[in-house]
Design a protein around this ligand. Sequence first.
Ligand code: GMT
Length: 376
Amino acid sequence: MKIAMVCHPTHGGSGVVASELGMRLAGKGHEVHFVSHERPFRLDPMTIGVHFHRVHVSSYPLFRYPPYALALANQLSRVIQDHDIDIVHAHYAIPHSLAGILARNMNRDRDVKVVTTLHGTDITLVGTDPSYTDITRWAMEESDYVTGVSDWLAEETQQTLGQQLIVKTIPNAVDTEAFSPEKACPNLRQRFCSGGELLVAHVSNFRPVKRTEDVIRIFAKASEGLSVRMLMIGDGPDRAAAEAEARRLSIWDRVEWLGIIDDTAPLLASSDLFLLPSENESFGLAALEAMACGLPVVATGSGGIPEVVIEGETGSLAAVGDIETLARKARELIEDEERRSSFAGTARQRVLERFRWDPVIEQYETAYGQLFSGGS
Ligand code: GMT
C-alpha cells in the first residue's frame, strides 16, 4: 500500500511510534511518505521505501497565527496526487487527523482513507479544551478508522467525545534490539558514578504532565544516605523548576542534567532504575523503552501505565503526587539487589512477550486491509 504518515517530528512518543511503524511497513514492501515540518528525529533517511515531504508554512502580516493545518493539508493533497496514496495515517488528532480529512476530501475522485492513531494528550489535554473539543470529535467521526495506544485511552476517548466512537486498541511497541540490556556501556557508568554508585534515570520532555519536580523529590527521599546518582534526560518548560528543587533539596551534585539525547538506549541500559511519576500517561513509551533495557520502573498508576508496568513484577506503582510511597518503593528496589534484578528480568521478558513490533505491525496492516475490503 501507499501510505502518507503524518506525525510530530520532535522528541516525543508519538513521533517515535510513527517513525518506527513507517520504517517497518516500508521493510514489508509498503511505500511510506512522511509529511511534517521537519524530518522526524527517529526516521532513518537511508530506509528504502521511506520518503519525506516537508510542509512549508508561509507567514503573511495578516496571519497572526500561521495556519499550519492548512499548509499540511495542502502538502498532503499534493502527496496523495503525486504518489497515488491509499491511506493517510495521522498520528495525533489535532491538527494531523483534521488535515488528513481535509486532504482526503480535496481528492474525492480517489479512494483515500484516513486512519487516526490517538496518543494521549490529543484527547486528555487538547480534546478536553473547549477550544478544540468539537473539532476533535468531528475529526474522529470523519476518520475511517481510529486507534488508541492503550485500552485506557480508547475508553477515555469515548468518555470525552462520545460512546458511539469506535476506537481500536493497538498498543505501542519497542525495538527490542536497539533497546536492550546489551547496550549497557561501562564507560558511561564510570563517567557518571566512578565510585560504583547505582544510577536512577528519567526521560521526558519536562512538561507539567511529567511532574519533573516530583522526579527530583522522589529521588531525594529514595536515595537519602545511599550512594545513588540521577540522570535527567530531556528538556522542557519545567527544567528550571526541577533544577531549583534539586538545589533546594541539596542533591544538586548527585543529579546529571543531560538535555535532549537522540539515542537514550546506552544511558538506560547503563542505569538501574527508571522513574516516571507523571500526572497522566496514555501509555508511557519511555517506561517501555526502559523496561526493554532491563530496568524496573517506579511510576504513577495513571492512565495506561498499568497496562505496561505490572505492580510487584516489573516495577512499582503509586498514586499521582504520592511522593512518600513512590520514594519508599524506589528505595526498596535500590536497596534490594535481588528484587531489583528479578524485576529487571521480568520487565525485559514482558516486553519481549507483549510489546514487540512484528505483531503490532500486523494489527495495523489488518486495519488498513479492512478499509479496502468493506470490513470495519
Ligand atoms: O508525553 C508526551 O508529552 C509526548 C506524547 C506525544 O504525543 O508524543 O506522548 C504520548 O504518546 C506516547 C506514544 O504513544 C505515549 O507513550 C505517552 O504516554 C503519551 N503521553 C501522554 O499521554 C502524556
